[in-house]
Design a protein. Structure first.
Length: 64
């Protein structure tokens, strides 16, 4: 995602950049995530995320 991590020396801010190490972690995390996904996986639809209902009790109702 960023060139300064993969190809040091291209950015004049590199030596004093406070976020460079964070970008290294982000690049590594994205690379790992993408290496675990195939093109076939990407063609499948995602299931919709579960949305919690506000105001509902976390305890299930019981019938006596």
């Amino acid at each position: 995602m960023t060139e300064c991590v993969d190809a040091p020396g291209d950015c004049r801010q590199e030596s004093t950049c406070p976020v460079r190490t964070n970008w290294h972690l982000i690049n590594e995390t994205v690379h790992k995530a993408l290496s675990n996904i195939t093109l076939w996986d990407m063609t499948r639809p995602l299931s919709p995320p579960l949305i919690p209902l506000i105001g509902r009790s976390a305890n299930p109702l019981t019938v006596a």
